[in-house]
Design a protein around this ligand. Structure first.
Ligand SMILES: *[C@@H]1O[C@H](CO)[C@@H](O)[C@H](O)[C@H]1NC(C)=O
Ligand SMILES: *[C@@H]1O[C@H](CO)[C@@H](O)[C@H](O)[C@H]1NC(C)=O
Ligand SMILES: *[C@@H]1O[C@H](CO)[C@@H](O)[C@H](O)[C@H]1NC(C)=O
Ligand SMILES: *[C@@H]1O[C@H](CO)[C@@H](O)[C@H](O)[C@H]1NC(C)=O
Ligand SMILES: *[C@@H]1O[C@H](CO)[C@@H](O)[C@H](O)[C@H]1NC(C)=O
Length: 433
């Protein structure tokens, strides 16, 4: 039985704050287009470290905030044209409540690619919260990928973190790491991995889209005779909702999809990330890309160069976060996800891992009595993400932490790899730098 979900009325900024992760809605289940939301620490794992522990070093990777669509804008505009063409039919039709808005037509006012007002708010508030969370650590540098929405996100974070003194310190603190195919780096590792391609990803999400989209198209066309949506138009509508929301905190399209359709669309996002930077990327390409980040983390937290800083504030993409998570074996489903059917019970859920403005934070900490020696913890979207690959003791399991020494040992795969060595080249091919 198809149950339409009327979320339009609930789509206010207040609802954005109040939405509970367990209820199915566009605010919780829009995949990588989900507005920022805090994660949930797994049951039985502590959110806070013991009182006698002090965080001594932090490495943040923050995804850019809510943004306008890129190539998806074309889908949205195509769908909009289809609605305009069908105006005569829509005027005559007896429309279900959630489709009534079509009587007035639908005109998208979305821009392209840059971050929206909501995106600015997400990053500014992250900047404020980060200072409050680590008041004893001093940020000396901010490093941003070079894509404009990432640069802008870093700037808003910095405004929240530094306040007006940002104007004075920005030139000495702020730098950019080019996102291109000649810069070897951990913010966009796929860019110097020539075998990586969108075709590779589409091979995985296309079969799923061929399954879940046509029934929605059929449902819409049956409800509104003469609408004549194609599957591409339906995909436009599936994008109009979260992108309108990113820009305006509301969209009429959010009300027209059923819970099942929302979840199917979320799974489409999951397969996409899984195929490009996760466990399904060919030849272990996800974990391989993530070695660049994990090795940078180990280099900094072990201060092997002798010039490590207390705090690294860095800005990138969902892909920047997902790749190292796979190197650590986090959110791994066995067997891997496929486009055959939606895996109901799965760990890999991009709405939770990388919503807009997602935050991956590694903390190094020491304690006077609870733990011996330097320890490490991963905090993903403000919730503890247990480091299962290196947890040994019952305390490790309780706090989701590891000794830093065991973390390094457990990451021998990453530390055995360097960009451009035989293993990297076998997976990624030979880059022409
Ligand atoms: C910025 O620098 C100027 C000149 O050195 C100084 O007068 C001003 O107080 C500084 N502002 C902040 C907010 O630190
Ligand atoms: C419906 O759309 C298809 C293209 O998707 C077009 O060929 C056809 O003429 C349209 N039918 C009507 C009734 O507009
Ligand atoms: C790294 O080592 C150098 C040299 O010993 C020291 O000055 C610096 O404070 C260390 N950095 C951190 C984050 O511990
Ligand atoms: C891997 O490819 C790089 C160029 O991308 C090349 O410089 C390097 O020699 C190759 N490594 C091996 C082990 O063949
Ligand atoms: C790198 O990117 C440039 C454009 O930005 C392109 O012209 C060039 O072919 C690319 N090189 C490789 C090896 O992909």
């Amino acid at each position: 039985m198809i149950k339409p979900v009327f979320v339009t009325a609930a789509l206010s900024v207040l609802a954005l704050v109040a939405a509970k992760p367990q209820e199915v809605s566009w605010l919780n289940n829009a995949g990588v287009l989900t507005p920022y939301q805090k994660g949930t620490t797994p049951a039985g794992v502590k959110d806070k470290l013991p009182e006698d522990c002090t965080v001594t070093q932090v490495m943040l990777m923050n995804r850019h905030g809510s943004r306008y669509p890129q190539h998806e804008l074309e889908l949205i505009h195509g769908m909009q044209a289809k609605v305009a063409q069908a105006a005569e039919y829509i005027a005559k039709a007896k429309l279900p409540k959630e489709f009534q808005f079509l009587k007035k037509g639908y005109v998208s006012t979305l821009g392209t690619a840059s971050i929206t007002a909501n995106g600015r708010k997400e990053l500014f508030s992250h900047g404020v919260n980060f200072l409050l969370r680590y008041p004893h650590l001093k940020a000396q540098t901010i490093l941003s990928g070079s894509v404009p929405r990432v640069v802008e996100s870093a700037q808003w974070f910095a405004q929240g973190y530094f306040g007006t003194s940002w104007n004075n310190v920005s030139s000495s603190v702020f730098s950019i790491l080019n996102t291109d195919n000649v810069t070897i780096q951990w913010i966009a590792p796929y860019s110097t991995c020539p075998k990586w391609s969108f075709d590779m990803i589409e091979a995985q999400s296309a079969p799923w889209e061929a399954k879940f989209i046509p029934p929605i198209t059929k449902r819409f066309n049956a409800l509104i005779p003469g609408l004549n949506f194609s599957d591409t138009d339906t995909l436009g509508a599936l994008n109009a909702c979260p992108y309108d929301y990113a820009a305006h905190s509301q969209s009429p399209w959010c009300g027209v999809f059923t819970e099942k359709e929302i979840l199917d669309n979320e799974y489409d996002h999951d397969l996409f990330m899984h195929g490009g930077w996760g466990y399904n990327a060919q030849d272990n390409m996800g974990p391989m890309q993530g070695t660049l980040y994990i090795n940078k983390l180990i280099e900094r937290f072990s201060n092997s160069t002798g010039n490590a800083q207390e705090m690294y504030l860095e800005f990138g993409h969902d892909t920047t976060i997902v790749a190292p998570l796979t190197t650590l074996g986090i959110a791994k489903d066995t067997p891997p996800l496929t486009g055959e059917a939606r895996r109901e019970k799965r760990k890999w859920i991009t709405s939770r891992m990388t919503p807009f403005a997602a935050q991956m934070v590694f903390e190094k900490f020491t304690c006077s009595s609870s733990f011996q020696g330097p320890q490490i913890r991963l905090v993903l979207n403000e919730a503890t993400m247990p480091l299962e690959l290196c947890a040994k003791t019952s305390e490790d399991k309780k706090y989701g932490t590891c000794s830093f020494e065991n973390f390094v040992k457990a990451n021998s795969y990453a530390t055995s790899i360097k960009w451009g060595d035989a293993a990297w080249n076998a997976t990624c091919g030979v880059a022409n730098l």
